[in-house]
Design a protein around this ligand. Structure first.
Ligand SMILES: Cc1cc2nc3c(=O)[nH]c(=O)nc-3n(C[C@H](O)[C@H](O)[C@H](O)COP(=O)(O)O)c2cc1C
Length: 314
């Protein structure tokens, strides 16, 4: 059966959210991205890194994702992190200006030789698998995913996750699964397809087109950790029942309470605003509740708002 991963999402895929996804059948996840240079030079107790690198006791296969452009920095960061994670993932897909401005993330697709040197340096520094998350290229004129993937394979990469868009597309347009299929055909290492898998039907379609070894799901999991059980059911040809609103509220509140236990209620209520907005997605009255959630200052208030939707929808 193909593996179904949670795609890394900065600001979202922390240990609490990952745990909810693992419980629904997710086969592996990745931390939010961590700057190699920042991590190496940050004081050890800096909260940002403590939170970024936190790993729940019951988490399954968890990769740490590192970004940077200097092979020796990335390798040094990987060496310090390798004993706490099941693999090292190198970010060669992030389109954000502050990342590509430093020649990291998807900017590495413009410098395949350097990308290969990074993979080789990390491979030499750690004994866990080394994987890469990449895109189709920088822009339409430079869609070099196939040759780039071969360079990474030759450098020793153990697996590739390919997001079916160029850097210039950011997150717009439709993911191009056909080009992901070409990458899969061009290399011997496992390839994971990524982009626009939002339910069981799109998961089956993506696997049919790409013939990949697995899928990585990003935005489809927002407010919806059940997508993993849905996709798993589709893969095994079983019926799947969506969660009731009661189950959605229970999960959303557990998400909030665990965030509060981790970071304190004040931070949790702020950080959870986006998650609560996703949990109510598609419900009648969602727009009103979203506005009110942005004004709420406690989880008790949020729970009352979520439960008020139940009455509106019956
Ligand atoms: C809010 C957000 C944050 C993201 N952060 C990262 C990241 O830190 N590292 C990374 O490799 N990809 C990151 N991505 C890209 C996703 O992993 C994924 O490639 C992309 O969303 C396409 O998959 P999807 O259509 O399933 O969402 C991010 C995407 C979003 C929407």
């Amino acid at each position: 059966m193909p593996s179904i991963y949670l795609a890394p999402m900065a600001g979202i895929t922390d240990q609490v959210f990952r745990q909810l996804c693992f419980e629904q059948g997710c086969d592996g996840a990745t931390t939010e991205m961590v700057s190699a240079q920042g991590f190496l030079t940050a004081p050890k107790d800096r909260n940002a890194y403590r939170f970024l690198l936190a790993k729940g006791e019951e988490e399954g296969a968890l990769a740490v994702q590192i970004f940077g452009s200097e092979p020796h920095f990335i390798a040094a960061a990987a060496a310090r992190l390798a004993d706490r994670f099941s693999s090292i993932d190198i970010n060669m897909g992030c389109p954000a200006q502050k990342v590509v401005g430093g020649a990291s993330g998807s900017a590495l697709m413009k410098t395949p030789e350097l990308a290969g040197e990074i993979v080789a340096a990390v491979k030499a520094a750690v004994s866990v698998p080394v994987t890469v998350k990449m895109r189709l290229g920088w822009d339409d004129a430079h869609r070099n995913a196939v040759s780039f993937a071969r360079v990474l394979e030759d450098a020793g990469a153990d697996r590739l996750t390919v997001h079916g868009r160029t850097r210039m597309q950011q997150y717009s347009g439709r993911a191009d699964w056909e080009t992901i299929a070409q990458v899969k055909q061009a290399v011997r290492i496992p390839v994971i397809a990524n982009g626009d898998v939002v339910d069981g039907a799109s998961a089956l379609a993506c696997l049919r087109v790409t013939c990949c070894d697995g899928l990585a799901i990003g935005r489809g999991a927002l407010g919806n950790p059940w997508i993993f059980s849905q996709v798993k059911a589709a893969l095994s040809g079983q019926a799947w029942t969506p969660p009731s609103w009661e189950q959605v509220v229970e999960t959303a509140m557990r998400h909030g309470r665990e965030m509060a236990a981790w970071k304190g209620e004040k931070s949790a209520v702020l950080e959870m605003r986006k998650h609560f907005s996703w949990y109510v997605s598609g419900r009648r009255g969602a727009a009103r509740v979203r506005t009110q959630i942005h004004l709420a200052s406690s989880l008790t208030e949020v729970e009352a708002l979520l439960r008020s939707l139940d009455a509106e929808n019956c």
